[in-house]
Design a protein around this ligand. Structure first.
Ligand code: SAM
Length: 284
């Protein structure tokens, strides 16, 4: 007997997307499922209680966040095993997308319970769909590391990626992240900043990274709220430059700008002057 058959009388775990700002974006099926389940596992129960009250619903809530999700999963599986259904929601958008839920979904599927999506908003797809950058292939990176060193290393690993890149970012780090992107990916790389999507102050700004940095600095309001950053992928003809950039990034850890440019010129055969300008730009 398969795990699925052994759980045929069990409840279903529904993974339910909720709005990313505008409450009118809640789906009709999401409302139906939230009203029908026996329990709602929520990232922040107070936040979800607000959404439920807006929908005129009242349901038992159980908190499931980053710090307790592994331990809570067992309790939720026990509820499913009793034949009761559970909805998993996060504070905004689609659960598991830079949000809690992965250990629960994994454990529920491994135990043979039915796990069913109730799709809806996600900042990732909303941002991509209006970015004006290619959406046929893309890479979702979620949040970059908070510390400067690991963040830079992550960006360096992505510098030659030809697909469109999508990142999430908080208001505290947006300026530092755009600055790091300009240094690593190049000042001219095309970027789209999507701020407060579906909310009153929704703003979509497209500019090369250097100009985007200036735009952010120009007005504190530009740095408020929630952000998605969509970056153009590396163009094939710039891959040579990308390799120069990667090489310079390493050399600049040990040498002055002038020495690094000279060493890179010897190693690649590219003009020293070009590499010097690139190294100055990368040093910021
Ligand atoms: N699970 C969510 C989803 O499906 O989009 C993402 C949760 S993650 C913890 C929160 C991040 O998503 C924010 O820091 C921001 O980068 C992005 N985000 C969420 N809502 C947004 C909005 N209305 N406008 C722009 N970015 C948003």
């Amino acid at each position: 007997m398969s795990a699925e058959e052994s759980n045929e009388n069990a409840g279903t775990l529904y993974v339910v997307a909720t709005p990313i700002g505008n409450l009118a974006d809640i789906g009709a099926r999401a409302i139906e499922i939230l009203g029908a389940v026996d329990l709602i596992a929520a990232e922040d129960t107070r936040h979800t209680a607000g959404l439920l009250s807006h929908l005129g619903l009242k349901k038992p809530l159980l908190s499931l966040h980053t710090y307790n999700e592994s331990s809570r999963s067992g309790r939720i599986l026990a509820v499913l095993a009793e034949g009761r259904s559970v909805a998993l929601v996060s504070d905004a958008g689609t659960p598991l997308i830079s949000d809690p839920g992965y250990p629960l979904v994994r454990a529920a599927r491994e135990a043979g319970f039915r796990v069913s999506p109730v799709p809806g908003p996600s900042a990732l797809v909303a941002a991509l769909s209006v970015s004006g950058l290619p959406c046929d292939r893309f890479v979702f990176e979620g949040f970059l590391p908070a510390k400067a060193g690991p963040r830079r290393a992550r960006l360096e690993a992505l510098v030659a990626e030809p697909r469109t890149l999508v990142f999430y970012e908080s208001p505290h780090r947006i300026e530092a992240t755009i600055e790091a992107m300009a240094q690593v990916m190049g000042a001219g790389r095309e970027a789209v900043l999507l701020r407060e999507l579906t909310k009153t102050f929704e703003q979509i700004q497209a500019a090369p990274l250097a100009a985007m940095r200036q735009w952010l600095v120009a007005d504190p309001d530009h740095r408020r709220g929630e952000f998605v950053i969509v970056l153009a992928g590396a163009e094939m003809e710039t891959l040579g430059q990308v390799q120069q950039r990667e090489l310079l990034a390493v050399l600049l850890d040990y040498l002055s700008v002038k020495e690094a440019a000279a060493a890179a010129a010897r190693l690649t055969g590219a003009p020293k002057r070009t590499l010097y300008q690139l190294a100055v730009e990368m040093k910021g």
